[in-house]
Design a protein around this ligand. Structure first.
Ligand code: ADP
Ligand code: MG
Length: 582
């Protein structure tokens, strides 16, 4: 084996290696140049790209410009006007700070900068092609133009990794759209191979405000909900997709102090906030901007500044999760007139308790004739109300004994999963019952359920919770006796129900420990039992009742397990599918 020799790399090679970390592809150049224009307080930015940016990237801004004296040094590595000491990072609000971008770009391409500083009379230019030129005067009215040609012309190894011009262009476009979203105060123009492809005027608003006018271009036409929260040096704002807006491609855009970054924890926190509002595995689009005091983050952790580090990530994530959940809860409580089911039920119960025959003032389904059976399946509760045909429904019918299809007069078409809907309705009733309303049936003969010792201890420990949701329970040595049950349940369902509750987790210890989290799962399980099933034929009144009651739920869009309950379509969705344009 030949003896290893240590080589001291030349400055040129060192620069090229370092540049590789900053300049990965044409879009990285665009990013650095946009950051520089923004740091120079530009309000108009024009971008020209040729051949996906591989042949040319030229960015012009109307910012403050570069003083003549500085022009000779902007290509030197670690030369910046933005910081002078490491402490400055604690108060940093600029995009750049390393003084590396221009020097990196010059080591992999040919660069020319023309600029006029605001307080000087004439413009100047400097260029770099293997070595830097001297500074000479040049006509320029205001701002700065940076022209970058032939990226990686001197590093064939990197050239090989460039994708097609089309792909590189797409990456530039995607990058630019993130700037467009967060800088409403800046007008952007984009030219692709000589053709103007974007001309976006500035809109009222300050940096960091995500404006409706700009969202449509970037996110497409989706239903978005605003989120907001503030506290402890951190302000969170943004927009999240409505849970009903199913899209195959989810755009997840995040900013910290207007800097576009990616952080897995933020994405996770958003999804946590969505839990129970979103079918498992469904993707959602969102835009989140976190304004945070600069000393609470480290921006100097990634060569292309695509990531940042939070001093206290957990606090930020919690705030995001809460902001998302709060916004969803608020948005989805889609309240119309309250449906008064409680009262009707109360009257049944009173009649029943009086020992008399149930007074047939309510149209019960003929299928359940015995007193025991007629004790209120959820379906029955739904049919109790006199719901008049709603004016905006043109047609309502059932398909496959499973889905309710509703045609509205305003060209909307909804498909409702009848079981998911019934579960949601029962779930919300149970949750509300916790808050004191009553849909409880008293059993004439208590029902005995055999449980293990551990299970009995668990029920005993959470007796109050069970009572609040409608189970009044007598605890015995070897079993429990149910004295009351939630009204939507039928008696013969109860063994299975309790078994299912205990199979939510293998370990009863965790059931106790995690009770807060499991409470919702228990509620969901109780809601599921006794709900209208798929495979059950419904008549029109029943369908209308399900629809109406579902609309009174605070989140009608998914069942408590998170599966969707409603699929919203419009006539134009259907037309589009048939490629009909008229
Ligand atoms: P950094 O942005 O980290 O300071 P750069 O290499 O990107 O480093 O830029 C070096 C310096 O050149 C900046 O600090 C700034 O003073 C100046 N500069 C670069 N681009 C512009 C521009 N478009 N307008 C005004 N000044 C600029
Ligand atoms: Mg910079």
């Amino acid at each position: 084996m030949s003896k290893p020799i240590l080589n001291k790399l030349s400055e040129d090679i060192v620069n090229k290696i370092a540049a590789g970390e900053v300049v990965e592809r044409p879009s990285s150049v665009v990013k650095e140049l946009l950051d520089n224009a923004i740091d120079a307080q530009a309000t108009e930015i024009e971008i020209k790209v040729v051949n996906g940016g591989i042949d040319l990237i030229e960015i012009s801004d109307n910012g403050i410009g570069i003083p003549k004296d500085n022009l000779g040094e902007i290509f030197d590595s670690h030369t910046t006007s933005k910081i002078s000491s490491i402490e400055d990072l604690n108060t940093l609000m600029s995009m750049g700070f390393r003084g590396e971008a221009l020097s990196s770009i010059t080591s992999v391409s040919k660069v020319k900068v023309v600029s006029k500083y605001v307080d000087e009379k004439i413009g100047n230019e400097v260029s770099f092609e293997g070595a830097k030129s001297s500074v000479k005067s040049s006509p320029k009215e205001s701002g700065t133009t940076v022209r970058v040609e032939n990226i990686f012309y001197n590093i064939p190894a990197r050239q090989k990794y460039l994708k097609s011009a089309q792909t590189e262009y797409r990456k530039i476009y995607e990058l630019l759209s993130k700037y467009i979203l967060v800088y409403p105060n800046i007008a952007f123009k984009l030219f692709k191979d000589g053709k103007k492809v974007l001309d976006i005027k500035s809109v009222e608003g300050k940096v960091g405000d995500i404006k409706k006018e700009r969202i449509k271009d970037v996110m497409g036409d989706i239903d978005l909900i605003e989120i907001k929260s503030e506290g402890e040096g951190t302000k969170i704002s943004g927009l999240i997709a409505h849970p009903s807006s199913h899209s195959n491609t989810a755009k997840q855009i995040m900013y910290v102090n207007n800097r576009n970054i990616y952080d897995k924890g933020i994405a996770r926190a958003v999804y946590e906030g969505y839990s129970r509002f979103l079918p498992f595995g469904q993707k959602v689009s969102f835009i989140i901007n976190i304004q945070i005091r600069p000393e609470l983050i480290d921006v100097n952790v990634h060569p292309r500044k695509e990531e940042i580090r939070f001093q206290n990530p957990y606090r930020v994530y919690m705030a995001i999760e809460e902001a998302v959940r709060y916004a969803l809860e608020k948005e989805l409580s889609y309240k119309k007139e309250p449906v008064n089911i409680g009262k009707t039920f109360q009257s049944i119960r009173e009649n029943f308790n009086n020992g008399g025959e149930r007074i047939r003032d309510i149209s019960f389904n003929k299928k359940y004739t015995s007193v025991k059976d007629s004790l209120l399946f959820s379906k029955e509760i739904l049919t109790e109300q006199e719901i008049k045909p709603s004016d905006d429904i043109r047609n309502i019918f059932q398909i496959f004994d499973k889905y309710i299809v509703i045609e509205f007069i305003d060209e909307r078409l909804w498909i409702i999963d009848q079981h998911a809907a019934a579960e949601r309705i029962n779930f919300e009733r149970l949750t509300n019952r916790e808050k004191g309303s009553q849909y409880i049936q008293t059993l004439l003969v208590p029902i005995e359920i055999n449980l293990t010792k551990e299970q009995i201890l668990f029920v005993d420990e959470y007796k109050r919770f069970f009572e609040e949701i409608g189970f009044k329970i007598d605890i015995n040595e070897k079993n429990i006796n149910l004295l009351t049950i939630p009204s939507h349940l039928s008696n013969n369902d109860l063994d299975a129900l309790f078994n299912e509750i205990f199979s939510l987790t293998d370990d009863i210890e965790t059931l106790s420990k995690d009770f807060k989290r499991l409470k919702e799962d228990i509620l969901a399980t109780v809601a599921c039992h006794g709900s209208v099933r798929s495979g059950q034929a419904l008549d029109e009144q029943e369908m209308r009742n399900i629809f109406k009651t579902l609309m009174d739920c605070s989140n009608p869009y998914s069942c408590p397990h998170g599966r969707p309950a409603i699929w919203k379509l419009t006539l134009s969705d259907i037309d589009k599918n048939f490629e009909r344009t008229y």
